[in-house]
Design a protein. Structure first.
Length: 339
């Protein structure tokens, strides 16, 4: 299906493909549809694999070295790939120009689909157009909820960062924060900027923005520490990723500050920090689900012509708050590296 015809079909009959996805997943596990029949007894009931032709999908993200958030995204993508008979090719680079080159590499390899993050959408606009010209479907995930349609992507899976930021700001009000600092670990990343902007929109107290070098964790620690020493009235440090929250806890201690720490995103260590009271709360955007749905969405498009969200609306995976009241419910999953 070429781009013009799929655009017409989106406008003529948009529909949400979530139900279709569930139906096809069940079909893929049934012997009547050609897939492997799940073993009776239930222990491996989710082990069915699609019998559709093998396809290759490239997942290209802006992951920085050592950022464990992306390990969760990748696990979700790998789970969908295993189910859908997909060969997954993962690559990442935090530099937008280099990320664009990785997308070009995927085009040159003639993959069957591309899933890409849009932390800096302008830098990827040209190469995404090349993919579409080559007849390769492209979906977005994680970053780029405001730009995916303008860039012509089929669908998007992720969190609306403005909405998440606004919810975070309201939560700060609820916990009584008066002077917070929002720590951005990557300047120019539109999603991170939107988070802090959203917080500022709803937070009734004073909000300061602090830029740090997220690829240098000792520098992150020293920069936050210096800020806390400079302004002893800061009562909350809001970080935009789990590793930075855990580092901020160290900064608070080193600075002799009474500030508390809250964050966006989870990992195994972060859930433990919530349980022991080092972190007050976190926003969970379900990265595992983002990776899973992106790969599954490309499989659905190739094999059944589906568009999640009808090709018109993003599929939102967050925000949801995790704090002491509910952290135990997700801790076991986080321990497995899937939340």
């Amino acid at each position: 299906m070429d781009r013009s015809s799929h655009t017409r079909s989106r406008r003529i009959a948009p529909f949400v493909a979530v139900a279709a996805a569930a139906a096809l997943t069940l079909a893929g596990c049934s012997s009547s549809s050609g897939g492997k029949k799940a073993e009776e007894g239930g222990a491996d009931a989710s082990a069915g694999k699609a019998s559709t032709p093998r396809m290759t999908v490239a997942l290209v993200t802006h992951q920085s070295p050592g950022d464990t958030f992306w390990d969760i995204v990748r696990k979700g993508a790998e789970a969908a790939a295993a189910k859908d008979n997909v060969k997954l090719v993962y690559s990442a680079d935090p530099n937008a120009g280099n990320q664009a080159n990785l997308v070009q590499n995927a085009i040159d390899q003639k993959v069957d689909g591309i899933a890409v993050t849009l932390a800096k959408p302008d830098a990827l606009k040209g190469v995404i157009a090349k993919a579409e010209k080559a007849g390769i479907p492209v979906v977005g995930l994680n970053s780029g909820v405001s730009d995916w349609k303008d860039l012509g992507l089929l669908e998007f899976f992720g969190q609306d960062e403005n909405v998440a930021g606004e919810a975070f700001g309201k939560k700060l009000n609820e916990v009584g924060a008066k002077n917070a600092v929002c720590v951005i670990q990557e300047q120019g990343n539109i999603g991170l900027t939107q988070r802090c902007d959203g917080v500022k929109k709803t937070f009734k107290g004073k909000l300061q923005v602090l830029n740090v070098n997220g690829t240098d964790m000792p520098s992150v620690k020293s920069t936050i520490t210096a800020k806390l020493k400079q302004d002893s009235s800061i009562d909350y440090v809001a970080t935009l990723g789990a590793p930075f929250a855990l580092t901020a806890v160290q900064s608070v201690e080193e600075a002799g500050s009474k500030a508390k720490v809250a964050t966006f995103d989870l990992n195994k260590q972060l859930t433990s920090a919530i349980q022991n009271g080092d972190i007050t709360f976190a926003v969970d955007q379900q990265p595992y689900l983002q990776g899973y749905l992106a790969i599954d969405g490309l499989w659905l498009y190739k094999n059944n012509g589906n568009y999640s969200g009808g090709g018109e609306q993003p599929v939102l995976t967050g925000p949801a708050f995790v704090d002491k009241s509910n952290v135990d419910k997700v801790a076991d999953f986080a321990a497995k590296g899937t939340r």
